[in-house]
Design a protein around this ligand. Structure first.
Ligand code: FDA
Length: 292
C-alpha cells in the first residue's frame, strides 16, 4: 500500500516537472539558470500556502532569504514571488508584516525584486494593505491583481501610478457576487484593466498565455511608453516566450518548486484538463510528448 502511494507520487511528480522545477531550491536555481541562458528572467516561488504555525512560516522566510543570497551570489537575473499566507497572514496581519519587513530587508541588501502573489478573495484587502505598507520602505515590490474579481478595477486605479502590478486572470474559484465566472467576461475584464495599465501605469507585467490579449498588449505598447514585461509559467507556451523574446520584449518565467507542489499542479491541470490526456499517454508509454 505504502509502496504504491510512493510510486504514484513519484509518477505524478515526474509529470508535474513540466510545471514545477522540483522539490529542492537547487532545482529552482537550475531552472532559473536555464531561463537566463535563453534570455529570460526568472521568478522563483516556493510552493505552499495557508500556514497556521509560526515554525513553518519562519522556515519559509529563511528559505526565501537563502534564495535571495544564492541569486545574488550567482548573479542570476531572478526575483522571488511569495504568498502572504505562507509568510504569516493566516496567523495574523501584524505578524505577517513583521516577517515581510525582515524579508524586504534581505531584498534591499541583495537588490532583488519581490512579487506578492494574489490568493483567494478573502485575502485581497489584507494583501493590498500589506503591499502599500511594504511599498513605503522598498519600491522594488509588485503585486498580482486578478481580472476575474469585480473589485479589481478600483484596486488597480488606487494603486497606480506607484504600484507595480502583475495582471493575471485569477486562478481561484470565487463567489459569483465577487467575480466574473464566464471565460469571455474574465477576458473582457482583463482587456479593460490592461488598457488602464497602459494609460496610467509606468511599470507592469502582463501575466497571461492568451494570444489575443498578448497581441493587444503589443499593439498598445506601440502607443504608450512604459516598462512592460511578459510573465509566463514554467512549462507553458515556450514557443510564444521565444517569439516575444525574438521581438525584443522582456520575458520572465515563473518557476515554482518545493515539496508542496500538488495543489499548484492540480490548478494547472484544472485550467487545461487536456493535460490529463497527455499524462495518461505518458503513463501507458506512448511516445507523445507533453503538451507545449
Ligand atoms: P487562459 O487560461 O485563458 O489560457 C490561454 C491559453 O494559454 C490557453 O488556451 C492555452 O493555450 C494556454 N495555457 C494556459 N494554461 C495552460 C496550462 N496550464 N497548460 C498548457 N497551456 C496552458 N493567479 C492568481 O490567482 N494569483 C497570482 O498571483 C498569479 N500569478 C501568476 C503569475 C504568472 C507569471 C502567471 C503566468 C500566472 C499567474 N496566475 C496567478 C495564474 C493566472 O491567474 C491564470 O490562472 C493562468 O495564467 C491561466 O490563465 P491565462 O491568462 O494563461 O489564460
Amino acid at each position: 500500500m505504502c509502496l504504491i502511494s510512493v510510486g504514484s507520487v513519484q509518477f505524478l511528480l515526474s509529470f508535474a516537472r513540466q510545471w514545477v522545477a522540483g522539490v529542492e531550491a537547487e532545482d529552482a536555481i537550475g531552472r532559473s539558470r536555464e531561463a537566463n541562458s535563453l534570455g529570460m528572467g526568472a521568478i522563483v516561488n516556493l510552493l505552499g500556502e495557508h500556514y497556521g504555525r509560526k515554525d513553518k512560516v519562519e522556515a519559509t522566510a529563511r528559505e526565501y532569504e537563502s534564495l535571495l543570497a544564492d541569486m545574488r551570489g550567482l548573479g542570476l537575473d531572478a526575483c522571488i514571488s511569495i504568498k502572504l499566507t505562507q509568510l504569516g497572514l493566516s496567523i495574523s496581519e501584524g505578524y505577517c508584516r513583521e516577517v515581510m519587513a525582515r524579508l524586504l530587508e534581505g531584498c534591499r541588501k541583495t537588490g532583488i525584486f519581490l512579487w506578492l502573489d494574489m490568493e483567494g478573495s478573502e485575502y485581497t484587502s489584507a494583501t493590498l494593505r500589506i503591499y502599500r505598507k511594504c511599498l513605503e520602505s522598498w519600491p522594488e515590490i509588485g503585486v498580482a491583481l486578478q481580472a476575474n474579481l469585480r473589485r479589481t478595477e478600483e484596486d488597480l486605479r488606487s494603486l497606480l501610478p506607484e504600484g507595480v502590478i502583475r495582471l493575471c486572470k485569477g486562478a481561484y474559484r470565487e463567489n459569483p457576487s465577487l467575480s466574473f465566472r464566464k471565460r469571455a467576461d474574465v477576458d473582457e475584464s482583463y482587456r479593460g484593466l490592461m488598457h488602464i495599465l497602459f494609460e496610467d501605469g509606468e511599470r507592469f507585467a502582463l501575466a497571461t498565455h492568451d494570444d489575443r490579449l498578448i497581441h493587444e498588449g503589443l499593439a498598445l505598447q506601440k502607443k504608450h511608453s512604459c516598462e512592460l514585461e511578459f510573465q509566463m509559467l514554467l512549462g507553458v507556451r515556450d514557443p510564444l516566450k521565444r517569439e516575444l523574446k525574438s521581438l525584443g520584449h522582456r520575458v520572465l518565467e515563473y518557476i515554482p518548486y518545493g515539496p508542496e507542489w500538488l495543489p499548484y499542479f492540480s490548478r494547472r491541470i484544472r485550467e487545461r484538463p487536456g493535460n490529463l490526456i497527455t499524462m495518461f499517454r505518458s503513463f501507458v508509454g506512448t511516445q507523445q510528448r507533453p503538451l507545449l
